[in-house]
Design a binder for this molecule. Structure first.
Ligand SMILES: [Zn+2]
Ligand SMILES: [Zn+2]
Length: 322
């Protein structure tokens, strides 16, 4: 039976909004060599998605996925000297939240760590804006189970005037609940390419906030959960829709279990999308990310990135075919 609401979810608002252009309107850079490029063709490194559980995002939402060519056909904007901005709407680091009827502590990564990771991940410089208190922007749209909840679309209208002129996109950072669909119990975030804005909520990364049992190692799990949500929502601002090709940071995420299963990396299909809007040397990208993951204690992404980097370096060292 389908659940009428989910523990947490986020959705690319750009899905299905624009008609696809005809072939003559496509931009000139197409994936001529990518399909046979060993950098992308490694089934061991890029796991397929398993069949969905009844509570998985793919069981709750019938989304078609987005291939590389689907993406290119949307004519995504390319960063051109612009920046990714983060707008904290509360204290980051450790926030003590006094909500409508509940109080709880939210631990988030440091803003500087977020910008460092995003800049290396997407190849676009990232900057943290001065904090703006959420209650100076919008009123909560509703109260659910003691939590004030803010509708993403309303919030992003309120923050639109604060998007800097040189922004590729701006992502607001919250420690209270966000939702975009009235059927949601709460969401993890929301992002869209069209308006270049996203919002991430770190409120529910600790299951105790949702009245669930806290894992013994929850403090070790929190950073990876937070960075996955951040990278995912910023990915939506680049026009990446939910991925159904492989396990990928752009997979739809319905709950903490699915968030924990989601990797921090982009799958080959989504990596091609990134290289389309932001061409870069993949080995340099992975080397930078490896160092950042090590510094942040993100062990699983660090190990995966090291393996990937070693694979690419072996390929680069192989003599060319005669
Ligand atoms: Zn999403
Ligand atoms: Zn993907």
């Amino acid at each position: 039976m389908r659940r009428c609401c989910v523990v947490g979810l986020c959705l690319a608002a750009c899905a299905g909004e624009a008609a696809l252009p005809g072939p003559s309107e496509l931009p000139p850079r197409l994936p001529v060599a990518a399909a046979t490029d060993p950098m992308f063709d490694d089934a061991l490194a890029f796991d397929p998605l398993p069949p969905p559980r009844p509570t998985s995002w793919r069981a709750l939402f019938d989304e078609p996925g987005q291939s590389y060519l689907d993406y290119v056909s949307t004519l995504p904007r390319r960063p051109d000297g612009e920046r990714l901005y983060l707008l904290p709407l509360a204290e980051m680091g450790t926030a003590f939240v006094v909500d409508a009827e509940v109080t709880y502590i939210v631990r988030t990564p440091r803003p500087q760590a977020m910008t460092t990771l995003l800049a290396a991940y997407y190849g676009v410089p990232a900057t943290v804006l001065p904090r703006v208190e959420l209650d100076t922007l919008v009123e909560p749209d509703r109260v659910r189970a003691g939590h004030e909840q803010f509708k993403a679309q309303t919030l992003l209208r309120a923050t639109a005037t604060r998007v800097p002129d040189d922004a590729y996109s701006m992502t607001s950072l919250m420690v209270q609940d966000v939702f975009f669909d009235d059927a949601q119990a709460y969401g993890f975030g929301f992002g869209q390419h069209r308006d270049g804005q996203a919002v991430v909520s770190f409120a529910r990364l600790d299951p105790v906030v949702s009245g669930l049992a806290r894992e013994p190692d929850v403090l070790e799990r929190l950073p990876a959960r937070a960075f996955k949500l951040l990278v995912h929502e910023v990915g939506h601002t680049l026009g990446f829709e939910h991925c159904t090709a492989h396990r990928c940071v752009m997979n739809g995420i319905a709950d903490l279990e699915e968030l924990d299963e989601t990797p921090l990396h982009l799958c080959p299909e989504c990596l091609r999308k990134l290289l389309y809007v932001r061409p870069m040397d993949l080995r340099e990208r992975y080397a930078a990310l490896r160092g950042i993951y090590a510094e942040l204690g993100l062990d699983a992404p660090r190990r995966w990135t090291e393996d990937r980097l070693a694979r690419l370096e072996r390929e680069a060292a192989r003599p060319a075919a005669p």
